[in-house]
Write a protein that binds this ligand. Sequence first.
Ligand code: NAP
Length: 361
Amino acid sequence: MKAVEIHQYGAARDVLHFNPDAPRPTPAADEILIENKATSINPVDCAARSGYGQNFFSRLGWGELPMILGRDASGVVVAKGRDVSELEVGDEVYAAPPIGCYAEFVTVKAAHAALKPGNLDHCQTASLPFVALTAWTALVNEAGLTPETAAGKKVVVPRAAGGVGSFAVQLLKAWGAEVAAICSTRNIELVKSLGADTVIDYTAQDFRDHLQDYDLALDLIGRKSDFDELDNDYKGGTDTADGSHYDEQLMSVLRRDEKAVYVTVCSPKVAFTNKYGYDEGIRRAGEEYEKRAAIAAQSGYRYIWSFFNPDAVSLTRIREMIEAERIKPVIDRCYSLADIVKAHEYCETKQAQGKIVIDIT
Ligand SMILES: NC(=O)c1ccc[n+]([C@@H]2O[C@H](COP(=O)([O-])OP(=O)(O)OC[C@H]3O[C@@H](n4cnc5c(N)ncnc54)[C@H](OP(=O)(O)O)[C@@H]3O)[C@@H](O)[C@H]2O)c1
């Protein structure tokens, strides 16, 4: 099969290797084999390519080189393991496996895949699973939002024009929340078109001057110093001129109330495992979490580090919202698999408006 592999960590043009004859994977008993029509680029792919998370991902069994990166799949089931009953050969599905999607064929646990939205093509569909499940895990599984409880809640979403942000804004608006989105000037129109009630242009405004008494902050940026010391290209956070941390600034617009929630998808947990090794990194991350959660608790609100969680039930609910046209894919541009270096380099400019998609066909 055609695939893009890495045999070592490094810059996109040095290590992304197009292989026209890579071995096709075989599904385990609980897996399906997808003929993958499209995938997309996520910042974590670029970070992982550079060596970010290698101790963490190795421990989870995803770290062996050569490796095929890529976390979004949209395609057709062409084989399945003996224990799979929920999906059939021929089903058109979408999923977010941990690795392996920069390829014509990819395996995934059947419990992590769902029928794809019928109203989208494969490129549109592949723009969604990883970012949608990341937003869903943070907002629904962790912060506890439902269509009923979200209605009327005031939620602030920075990095609103990115993949996770553009999905989160649409989900929150579909459920009746009041959304303040933060972005740069060039993204204002895009973010307004997603339904945001208030748009803060961070290049001209300090969001703290405009937002007060919010119920929920979804942090998609994180604390810069959590990522600074990494010996690779990954730079997650952005802190502002007055020297305070970005996460602290977001928390400062929350209501002082135990029902208010700060939830971040940009915690330092994986970065700590890079710096200290897996076991020590996890121990230190646990200590850091307790410290930060205790400070947040003094101000009265819940403090959460959220990590993407794959599951077919959430993907099915997401599909229903897409088919009802309550959520639309936001796609910046599309590349072929052979042009994946350009796609990674574009992702690393951090300028993408929505998603960067790869058409594998
Ligand atoms: N915990 C998890 O499981 C999990 C899962 C997925 C993603 N994540 C993390 O979530 C974050 C958002 O991911 P994404 O896929 O939505 O990102 P993305 O699509 O690459 O975000 C692109 C947007 O980021 C903004 N941006 C530009 N420079 C930036 C900078 N220096 N720092 C921060 N933002 C900048 C730009 O908008 P403006 O020009 O408007 O600023 C751009 O439109 C990433 O850090 C990613 O690693 C975590």
